[in-house]
Every structure is written in structure tokens, then in C-alpha cells.
Design a protein around this ligand. Structure first.
Ligand SMILES: [Fe+2]
Length: 247
């Protein structure tokens, strides 16, 4: 994974939105070179530039990106920096959620968790597509690990809303309210996201969001990345029974 800068004024510039190991045509035919160049080179760059401009005079100068997103969400009353910060983070996460010749079946650990929480991989796939299609307007669809319940869940968010800012996405309780003064764990750990803003797919799919989402899950999603993200999450959450060897 590309590392984010710890202080926002040193955000990657230009942003490492497309992993540097990938060329801008690496996701063809499912996401065209033209779309990547516009999406990464224009839309995401605009978020980075706007955020850095805001930070010249912002109280959030020097925050990590994750800290800024949580604080600027401001209990559901986002401060001006929130949208740009969340969109920078969301886009980084999005590009790294894909790989050429992606899709297919997840690795064993991720697959077991999906089967446990959705019943089958087919059920998960259908729920992911259904959630994406039921979002009105712009936003994101996510596979997240719900830390408290220790299970996977599919959710969608409007506009720039990120699970990083939310304690529980269903109740919209900001996590910063749940933790008082102690270090607050991330209650919703993102594992996959998919950009559902029209700029992400209109050039390639026009208004056929279903085809875009289906191609993402069948041909682009990087289960290798998901496995790594889940391994990191498992460092903090015990997802199942301990595997104790029998004597
Ligand atoms: Fe986007």
C-alpha cells in the first residue's frame, strides 16, 4: 500500500492515486486509460490541491489525514476541510482496491469470513451490487469489517462520507464520541471501496452503473489487497475461534 504522508502539507504531490506499479491503461478494458487520466489526474488532483490550499490557514495543519477526517467530520456537521480530505483518502483507497486481472475468488481467509457473514460468495457479490445500485446520487460502496460485531458488512455512503468518520454507519454516531479521551479504535475498518460518482464511470459506461459495479467485482477488485487489509485488521480484532493444536 502506498503510505500516506503523516502531515497533510506533505501529501504526495502529485498524489499516488494510481499505484505507481500500474500504468494508466492497466485496468482496461474495464476502466479506460482516458477515465483513469481524468479521474486521477483531474478530479483527485483537484481534491489534493484544494485541501492543501485550505491547510495553509487551517487549524488542521499537521494532522494526519485520518485524524483530520475524523475531527473535521465534526459530529455530522462537516467543517470545510472534510470533503476534500475524505475524498483524497477515499480515492487512494479506491485505486488500491483494484488490480489488473482482479476479481475471481478471494483467498481462503477472506473467503471464509465472507461465507460466514453472507452465507456465500454469491450472496456477498449480489449484496455489494445491490447496495451500489440503491445509492441515490454520488457516493461510495464499501466492504467493511465491523469491529464490535467482528463481521463483514456492505454499506454505502453519500458523497464524501467515509467510514473513518463514523462510529456506526447505521446510527451515524461519530466514533470520537464513543471513546472520550482514550485512543479510539476504528469501528468500521474499510476493506474495499468503489467510487460511485459519475466521473468514475460515465466515459466508459454512460449511466450503466450496474455494468460498472459488476465489472469491478468480477474483474478488478484486488482480493490480494483485501487479504492484506484484513491481516492488518486482525492484528486488532479476533475474528474467530483460536486455532489451538490438539495434542
Ligand atoms: Fe472519484
Amino acid at each position: 500500500m502506498a503510505a500516506f504522508a503523516s502531515a497533510l502539507r506533505v501529501l504526495p504531490s502529485p498524489p499516488a492515486a494510481v499505484p505507481r506499479r500500474l500504468r494508466s491503461d492497466a485496468l482496461e478494458p474495464y476502466i479506460s486509460k482516458r477515465t483513469v487520466e481524468l479521474h486521477w489526474g483531474k478530479h483527485q488532483q483537484d481534491y489534493v490541491d484544494s485541501l492543501n490550499k485550505q491547510l495553509a490557514t487551517s487549524m488542521f495543519y499537521g494532522y494526519t489525514l485520518e485524524e483530520l477526517i475524523k475531527e473535521a467530520y465534526n459530529n455530522g456537521n462537516p467543517l470545510p476541510e472534510y470533503n476534500n480530505a475524505a475524498q483524497v483518502w477515499n480515492h487512494h483507497f479506491f485505486w488500491e482496491s483494484m488490480q489488473p486481472e482482479g476479481g475471481g475468488s478471494p483467498g481462503q481467509g477472506v473467503l471464509q469470513q465472507i461465507e460466514k457473514d453472507f452465507g456465500s460468495f454469491t450472496n456477498f457479490r449480489e449484496e455489494f451490487i445491490r447496495s451500489a445500485l440503491s445509492l441515490l446520487g454520488s457516493g461510495w460502496v464499501w466492504l467493511v469489517l465491523k469491529r464490535k460485531e467482528r463481521k463483514f458488512s456492505v454499506v454505502h455512503t453519500q458523497n464524501a462520507i467515509s467510514p473513518l468518520a463514523l462510529g456506526d454507519i447505521n446510527t451515524s454516531i461519530p466514533s470520537i464520541n464513543l471513546c472520550d479521551d482514550i485512543p479510539c479504535p476504528l469501528l468500521l475498518q474499510p476493506l474495499i471501496n468503489l467510487d460511485l460518482w459519475e466521473h468514475a464511470y460515465y466515459l466508459d459506461y454512460k449511466d450503466d452503473r450496474r455494468m460498472y459495479v459488476t465489472n469491478f467485482i468480477d474483474h478488478l477488485v484486488s482480493w490480494d489487497t483485501v487479504t492484506l487489509r484484513m491481516m492488518r485488521a486482525e492484528a486488532f480484532v479476533n475474528l474467530g475461534e483460536p486455532n489451538i493444536p490438539v495434542a
